[in-house]
Design a protein around this ligand. Structure first.
Ligand code: CUA
Length: 685
């Protein structure tokens, strides 16, 4: 059951607000015109004089319009979900648009106490421990999340799954959007650094994880003097099994690449379906060592005017991998570079120096590359690319990869401004590119099949809106699909500087909402949202009605890890404590306002597996469970069975209790775990 207000109510409210806004626009001249306060007409039904409020706060007519466009009255739901990378927090943020309210933080690569993620469930760290071990043998507990990717069907977001990568450790996570929980983490078997992920192919057959910093593949050692011989880049294609909701490692593979630093990638769509494009930097193969008198990386990697756009024939690569033309590195199949070349599944196209983003247009026809050291975006044509591949080339790079002719593949270049990074799209034939150095969003018109959609001449800068400040990625509604919406754009700004009240030297991120619904030069900033967490990188925005999230788990006893009823789920009336030698299994139920059993008596040295079923069916009737001293906390949502295990290493009396304020008698929702000392164990229970 949705809690949306009846559809008539918001219309009435909006009408009244618009009327108020109009009056205010007339009455309020500009900021600081406080002397005009109170001059506006009284509005029937309004409890306060809107003009007086606006004047007292120094709000302009534009401010009032922005407020009316973004304000969500209590109980009204947002039109869109934005899934934003949580950057160094290792998590994902779910934000409602246009209100910019945070709806959830999804625990992904980092322990999250409220959700009980990493605090005892399914062993000590749960899903988190799937993601490989840190150098000290313990689980990795942080990540640098970069690019979330929604699952697609036919090139459109389908609202079923979300994927995200960890640049710091080369991992990929799978989140199920029925319960907004992380189900799987895979560690890249051959490298420790990724960036060009995650991107999906148009039916989510493959999840693309492009590399970043070249290194000896398979976590091997080789000194930097052997860079050209031993260091390599890579791209990994993870096979996604939609039925199981999991990456199938056994059907996944990678391709060995030259030791350039592969950067962002994007999948082809429609005409370019079956192809993937990745940028690269440092085709100079600079190896740094500024302390030894070498050029520093940032200048060494910027010597050449051109780097290489990597073009992958994915269908061909899948065939080659399936035919076993691979070498195993850490038990993972890798297509050797020479095979990739001889089988014609890898081509290079020169691209202006040190590019960052490559983005494929909604029709799949153009690949837009933004070079951060070049004021232009370069538009490549997929048709021309196919002609160039068919015509062949005798030019190669140092490793024998065929290099196609830049002029033969390029469609056009458009000058936008300083520091262009990433490009997104709308439904009006416009592209939007973030300009890092200009701190602006550029709107420009596309050509080709998009030319008819607006009155602006093709391939032209239309307008720029300043943003605050240093924008990285930007994200438009349904912006990576074959049919973008053209409603909202979020500028993901790296620096906030003066936008918010001071909170010490570490400032929040600034997400700014832009209204891109009007064509031409109108593209106002409506809202600044402070995000108090790591640098979020990228986000995707999906229409809210595509998300089919469960209100409660479908059946009582549900195991979210298998997305089915758990055969071990405790049932009401059958709660028990079962002993088998030193192994103890607890079957417990939770309902407002008690746990059953309320006494659990075990012995020091026991290994304990503890199941709790929340038998509630009411929306939001979540219980939490903790045992002091044992660092255990789980969240048990309606219908869920949670399982955790621990060794009873410390004897004593432990008051377990419900951590969610679930009812008036929530404080009484507790019990005692009695762990007898070993020397009294013979007295038993
Ligand atoms: Cu259950 Cu508080």
């Amino acid at each position: 059951m949705k809690l949306s207000r009846p559809s008539k109510t918001p219309l009435v409210i909006i009408t009244v607000l618009l009327a108020l806004a109009l009056v205010a626009i007339v009455a309020v001249g500009c900021r600081n015109s406080a002397e005009q306060a109170g001059s506006g007409a009284e509005i029937a039904g309004a409890t306060e004089d809107i003009n007086a409020i606006a004047a007292a706060r120094g709000l302009t007519p534009n401010d009032i319009a922005a407020a009316v466009k973004t304000y969500m009255p209590s109980g009204m739901h947002d039109e869109y979900y934005q899934f934003a990378s949580g950057g160094q927090s290792g998590q994902v943020y779910v934000i409602g648009l246009p209100s910019m309210r945070i709806l959830k933080q999804i625990a992904v690569f980092t322990p999250e106490p409220w959700q009980g993620y990493g605090y005892g469930e399914k062993g000590t760290m749960g899903v988190l421990s799937q993601g490989g071990m840190a150098a000290d043998g313990g689980p990795l507990t942080w990540a640098d999340t970069h690019h979330p990717a929604l699952s697609e069907t036919g090139g459109d977001y389908d609202g079923q799954f979300l994927f995200i990568n960890d640049k710091a450790n080369a991992r990929v996570a799978v989140i199920d959007l029925r319960d907004f929980e992380t189900k799987q983490i895979v560690k890249n078997p051959i490298t420790l650094s990724d960036h060009g992920g995650t991107f999906v192919t148009p039916d989510t057959d493959w999840i693309v994880e492009g590399g970043q910093y070249a290194m000896p593949l398979g976590y091997a050692y080789s000194s930097i003097e052997n860079y050209e011989a031993d260091y390599r880049g890579m791209i990994t294609f993870w096979k996604f099994d939609r039925e199981k909701g999991r990456i199938d490692m056994a059907k996944s593979f990678a391709i060995e690449l030259p030791p350039y630093w592969q950067d962002l990638c994007d999948s082809g769509k429609l005409v370019s379906d079956g192809w993937v494009f990745c940028n690269s930097i440092n085709t100079e193969m600079a190896t740094g060592g500024v302390e030894e008198g070498n050029p520093p990386f940032e200048s060494g990697a910027s010597q050449k005017d051109m780097d290489y756009l990597h073009v992958f024939n994915v269908d061909k690569a899948v065939e080659v991998a399936a035919a076993g033309q691979t070498e195993m590195i850490n038990d993972f199949p890798v297509i050797p570079l020479e095979t990739a070349i001889s089988e014609g599944l890898l081509y290079f196209v020169p691209e202006p120096k040190s590019p960052h983003g490559v983005d494929v247009t909604p029709d799949g026809e153009f690949m837009i590359v933004a070079g951060k050291l070049d004021p232009h975006v370069t538009v490549f044509s997929f048709d021309k690319l196919q002609e160039a591949i068919a015509a062949g080339t005798s030019e190669t790079d140092a490793f024998g990869v065929p290099v196609l002719n830049f002029d033969a593949v390029m469609e056009t270049q458009v000058e936008l401004g300083l520091g262009p990074l990433h490009t997104q799209f709308d439904n009006k034939g416009y592209a939007y590119t973030s300009l890092f150095l200009d701190s602006a969003v550029a709107r420009w018109s596309l050509g080709g099949s998009f030319d008819e959609l607006n009155d602006d001449p093709p391939w032209t800068l239309v307008t720029k809106t300043p943003v605050q400040y240093n924008i990285g990625h930007l994200s438009t509604a349904e912006g990576d699909t074959v049919s973008p919406d053209g409603t909202w754009l979020v500028a993901m700004n790296k620096w906030a500087v003066d936008r918010f009240a001071p909170v010490g030297p570490l400032l929040p991120q600034n997400f700014q909402l832009l209204d891109i619904s009007q064509p031409g030069t109108t593209m106002p900033v409506l809202y600044d949202m402070a995000l108090p967490d790591g640098e979020p990188h990228y986000a995707q925005i999906i229409k809210a009605d595509k998300i089919k999230a469960w209100d409660v788990y479908p059946e009582v006893g549900w195991n979210p890890h298998t997305q089915s009823v758990d055969p071990n789920a405790p049932k009401q009336g059958e709660e028990k404590v079962v002993r088998d030698g030193n192994n103890v299994e607890v079957f417990m139920t939770a309902i407002r306002s008690h746990f059953t059993p309320e006494h659990v008596k075990i012995q020091k040295g026991d290994h304990v597996v503890w199941h709790i079923t929340n038998v509630e069916r009411a929306l939001d009737a979540t219980h939490g469970f903790t045992i002091p001293a044992y660092n255990i906390h789980v969240s048990i949502e309606p219908g869920e069975t949670a399982t955790f295990e621990f060794d009873a290493t410390q004897d004593g009396v432990f008051s377990y209790y419900c951590t969610e304020f679930c009812s008036a008698l929530h404080l009484e929702m507790m019990g005692y775990l009695m762990i007898e000392p070993s020397d009294q164990a013979s007295t038993g229970n």
